[in-house]
Design a protein around this ligand. Sequence first.
Ligand SMILES: NC(=O)c1ccc[n+]([C@@H]2O[C@H](COP(=O)([O-])OP(=O)(O)OC[C@H]3O[C@@H](n4cnc5c(N)ncnc54)[C@H](OP(=O)(O)O)[C@@H]3O)[C@@H](O)[C@H]2O)c1
Length: 309
Amino acid sequence: MFPAEIRFGVGTWAWGDRLLWDYGREYGKEDLTAAFRRYLNDGVRFFSTSSSFAEGDSERILGEFNARTPVDLLIATKYVPRIWHLRRSDFMDALKLSLTRLKLTKLDIYELCPPVGRMTIARMAECAAEVLDMGLVEQVGLSGYNAQQIDTFNEAFSRFGYSVACLEIPYNLLDRSIETNGTLDLCRSLNITVLAQQPLAMGMLTGKYDSEAPAAGSRRQMMLRYHTPSLDILLRTMNHIGLENNGKNCAQVALNWIYNKGIVPIPGTKTLPQAIENAQTIRWSMTKEQMNLLDTLTGKTEVRVPEEA
Ligand SMILES: NC(=O)c1ccc[n+]([C@@H]2O[C@H](COP(=O)([O-])OP(=O)(O)OC[C@H]3O[C@@H](n4cnc5c(N)ncnc54)[C@H](OP(=O)(O)O)[C@@H]3O)[C@@H](O)[C@H]2O)c1
């Protein structure tokens, strides 16, 4: 089971990533170090990464930070199946590489990405059970699985006597699809903790970006899915709710809305000011009326799929 006391975490896609997130230009190691330290000071100890982020550099940076702190972190990373992964040993090799980059001998949570080629759900369930049996992993989660895939994995995995701890999946005020496509209900019925990827819609919900002031670089294209005609009114409402709550900003309102749903937000963080703001998430709560207002405003929001996707 995912630890019940962990209600907030940190996403690390941008740690070391030059291509999409501009690491090394807009922000660097010093910014990440300051953000990491601040999170620890504020009691945040859950960090989620992936073997695929920045070609392993996100894991390396997190591993370096973890090695230097006495704080007991909860670390999740991901197994990303590749078309050339044919055998159980490919799964094992990928885990060992992640452990090396993270400077760990045992991983807290190994999240499995959706099946590819010979790495079917059944095979991954078998591999996951094996690494649990060997004591290399404490718990297993899933990432990006739909309800049907979760169900299939859970059935195969439970034959080994294990259960799924968590699911990482996009969830934010502009993408509430897990509420209606069966994913959230299934997770709740199976006691799987939901971790919200892209809780700030890649930055769109901070109010910093719009079609006239888009984000720089290749991220811009990916953020297009969050452009909706109702974005302006949503951001104005969030701003208003923030002002009614001792001057919280849009990012803080977006994260608190997720937190109040019993879902664990894992905002990507690049700098100290962002860590200071995001760590506040669990220390305040908007009112029921304010939650209802945001629910009503975004209930019918449709997420646009970029044309070339
Ligand atoms: N396939 C996968 O495995 C996958 C896919 C997506 C996400 N995830 C996980 O989910 C995590 C979160 O998603 P994400 O990083 O894509 O997007 P996000 O959390 O929605 O947005 C993160 C970005 O918002 C900006 N930001 C963060 N805090 C802010 C604040 N307080 N004020 C203003 N701006 C702020 C930063 O970018 P700027 O400063 O540049 O605006 C930051 O990089 C990822 O880091 C990753 O761990 C995994």
